[in-house]
Design a protein around this ligand. Structure first.
Ligand code: SF4
Length: 331
């Protein structure tokens, strides 16, 4: 079946605008080539004031089809469930009202970023604005639309989680929806598309050799693995961040910063992103699919076998010990 271009309406709720910045960083294709037609976006569209009200009115009155509703930012439900902390200026309504009015009309509803998905930074303790995601409140189903929400095409909210999400995650989600190629089974239990959520941020990290030998960085400038001392959560966080690269070739760990698990609900509640919480010297957050006893045993074994080169380079800000052949190694 040939599908026409699918309409996209993008609204910003309790947001810093970072997800829009990520979206602007998409390299290709452009929206038209991706089969999308933008009804309105607060930063990309020229319409303002009454023109925007007319666009929204067209959707509400059924004159304009709404295929994909994108929401960026947390839904601020306060005070007392009124949503008045976040009015959509000039429309006479709160963003909470708009989201509840528009989402039943959309073929698909997409939460762009951790805030729209789970509440994100806006929902960090003590959360004075009563911020929530569209269909989740941190890891619990619910949120502004409630756990039973389904779009007109039968999908729950599609959570393109991340703070900010990779530009490719946003664009590929929109393209999959526009071409009718995303089904409920393509989402994980937290509503994230599996094409990126079936990976760990740890996959493809350039520091993997150091991780294998538990050769750890002690300062951010060091080359070693950031998990043991500096808070890296990439073995517990979904995302193909280290496989597809950001801005062409970047990632948090490549830039010398630990993964903060921004694709996970509740990442905003970390007390110190640059320290690894431990009990009796053992990191509390262990790799997702590894029993604690295995990890402890493997870590001890790895440390006992760490090559001098790996140990020395892990705690240095440049290569101090280049690879060289030992007497019994072969080429
Ligand atoms: S720094 Fe983080 S992502 Fe890289 S190897 Fe260590 S745990 Fe994995």
């Amino acid at each position: 079946m040939v599908r026409g271009r699918q309409t996209v309406l993008w609204l910003q709720a309790g947001s810093c605008g970072g997800c829009t910045m990520a979206f602007l960083d998409r390299l290709s294709p452009d929206l038209k080539a991706a089969g999308l037609s933008l009804l309105w976006h607060p930063s990309l569209s020229e319409q303002t004031g009454e023109e925007v009200v007319a666009v929204l009115d067209g959707v509400i009155q059924g004159r304009t089809a709404l295929d994909i509703l994108c929401i960026e930012g947390a839904i601020l439900r306060g005070p007392d469930g009124t949503g008045l902390f976040n009015r959509f200026s000039g429309t006479g309504k709160t963003m909470l009202e708009w989201v509840r009015l528009l989402s039943p009309l959309a073929s698909y509803t997409v939460a762009v970023g951790a805030c729209a998905a789970y509440g994100g930074v806006a929902a960090g303790d003590p959360d004075p604005t009563d911020a929530a995601g569209l269909q989740f409140e941190k890891a619990a189903l619910g949120g502004a639309l409630g756990k039973n929400y389904r779009s007109r095409a039968g999908l729950p909210v599609v959570n393109v989680a991340g703070c900010a999400p990779h530009p490719g995650w946003i664009m590929e989600t929109l393209m999959a929806l526009a071409s009718g190629q995303m089904a409920p089974e393509d989402l994980d239990q937290l509503g994230r598309p599996k094409f990126f959520a079936d990976h760990l941020a740890h996959h493809g990290c350039a520091r993997n050799e150091f991780y294998e030998f538990k050769a750890s960085a002690e300062h951010l400038s060091h080359g070693g693995c950031l998990m043991e001392h500096l808070g890296c959560k990439a073995t517990q966080a979904v995302g193909d961040c280290n496989e597809r690269g950001w801005n062409g070739d970047g990632s948090c760990t490549k830039g010398g910063f630990p993964c903060v698990a921004c694709t996970s609900p509740g990442f905003e509640d970390s007390i110190n992103y640059l320290a690894t919480p431990k009990i009796a010297g053992i990191p509390v957050g262990l790799p997702l699919d590894m029993p604690k006893a295995w990890f402890v045993a493997l870590a001890a074994l790895s440390k006992s076998a760490t090559p001098k080169r790996v140990r020395a380079n892990a705690a240095a800000d440049h290569v101090v010990f280049p690879p060289k052949r030992t007497r019994d190694s072969s080429e």
